[in-house]
Ligand binder design. Sequence first.
Ligand code: MIC
Ligand code: SF4
Length: 643
Amino acid sequence: MGLNLVHKIVRDHLASGDMTPGSEIGLRIDQTLTQDSTGTMTYLQFEALGLPRVRVEQAVAYADHNMLQADFRNADDHRYLQTVAARYGLYFSRPGNGICHQVHLERFAAPGKTLLGADSHTPTAGGVGALGIGAGGLDVAVAMAGEPFYVPMPRVVLVRLTGALAPWASAKDVILELLRRLTVKGGVGSVIEYGGPGVASLTVPQRATITNMGAELGATSSVFPSDEVTRRFLAAQGREGDWRPLAADPDAAYDMVIDIDLAALEPLVAQPHSPDAVVPVREIAGLPVQQVCIGSCTNSSVVDLEIVAAMLRGKTVHPGVSLTISPGSKQALEMIARSGALADLIAAGARILEAGCGPCIGMGQAPASGAVSVRSFNRNFVGRSGTADAQVYLAGPETCAAAAIMGVLTDPRDLGAAPTVSVPEAYITNDNMIIPPRADGAHVAVVRGPNIKPLPTRGPLVEDLEGELLLVMGDNITTDHIIPSGADLLPFRSNVPVLSAHVFERVDATFPARAREAGGGIVMGGENYGQGSSREHAALVPMYLGVQAVIAKSFARIHQANLVNVGILPLVLADPADHARCQQGDRLRITGVRRALQEGAPLTVENLTRGIRIVVRHDLSPRQIEVIVAGGLLNLIRARANA
Ligand code: MIC
Ligand code: SF4
């Protein structure tokens, strides 16, 4: 039996374990990336490891999220990141150079490489056949130190593509179709590998849209083969030397196969407030729209922007709509400027923002109260736009542009012939906003602003764990629920005490005060708890408030790992029905937890208030048990260093 593409890349990077799905493997990491909202914490932790220099082939620090600079904080963070990069041997992609995933795809990602990123959309690099995985900042810091990255060996799901997209259907519709079929938890524990004869019809920017939004399936990664299309893309980026062919063996086996006929896809849209609430645009066409936002790491390539410009050429944005354009990279922005497409967008009335995440993470351009906002982005969680009652829809750039012109949600097929835009034969490759690593950075002073506070850590795991059940939540709680982002909170990503006043505020605004008063406790979630972003703050900040354990029906991968890394015990209900038997305010006790973990004994939670016993599992690897017992990964590393 031959190997699939994922198994080939994993085999070439396997540091420990074997490729049995679900068992923990150690993966050697070739490249790392961070951005500015997760990066400050990542580098504080890297600095705590005490190494003189990063130990991966390429490590890149991007500045793309924290761009508003409403006060000194964002700018201080950027200065910290730039000086850290200079000192420890990283590339620094300056603010204005673009969104980490878009720039990485253009300038760094390469077939067959492993990339670990402190951002959940790191799988974007799968568009050129790299295995990109999102992780918490501490895991990325440890990978930068040259250590393997530990992750459960994923199942491999083949999405077999046939046919070619019809006019007006887009790459976004491929991934929206998968989200419609599999839901936001359908990819947990899997890597989605694309194959079949339809692959050749998709360009690299289209492939990257699809791998990017595989994050919304909860997948560990998503990856396309590296073929002639990949070679041409890399050659057009001046990087043909990075190309190598990479494909599954013809007789490769998969854990599951899904068929998609590209020709049968029509324009789709995800409705509020989940990326899997997908329906055909035609079904809800006519819905009045007040805002359209085009950009984000999903759909901000030069090709996407050229298509939108072609649709808007000679027209005016509907008077009821505000249209924003946030290009994915300086390369994309410069290219549409030189082609004239930017002038068309400006003439039509688009509001041009700088290259960066912008409205996607609520950094400006919050919609009006109750407004309908149609976005080419990847997430539409409640409140993420910056407006609590906004109704955010996700669609391809064509559907977004159609809504901007018509003022109502419109199937772009109603607009006549689709524009023909081809991928560039040569991209503008001016890397003047990427500062390369210095040969010797040892003498560079790292500059820390007053907003950067010391890292919180917790003590070793106690033997008997007891506390109040502070919050009981439903399914699919996102990290945006746990610790929101946006213009008001992103400036505090290196200031856990300030963030702690906002934990769970989207679920229950009384949580921070209650947690403080109770001196911490336990929280309970439903299925897929902690889906969404990689922000380790969603674990660090509850830990700071004294949360000792999270009990859930199931966990999202990155968040589960982040909880362990900060010393919060993630426990899985053996019987999901027990969720309904617990209530906020109940007193819970787990006796002999330390011993149970170390000896593999069964774990029971006593609900002292209700007089019932609840069986739980932990799903931790032996390595993770050591981490939890030590009270977190940094504690464990320090303890080992001292020994
Ligand atoms: C996101 O899209 O939610 C983010 C902001 O890019 C996060 C990272 C963060 O919270 O800083 C992600 O996707 O990991
Ligand atoms: Fe930035 Fe949005 Fe992409 Fe996250 S999803 S990296 S906020 S553009």
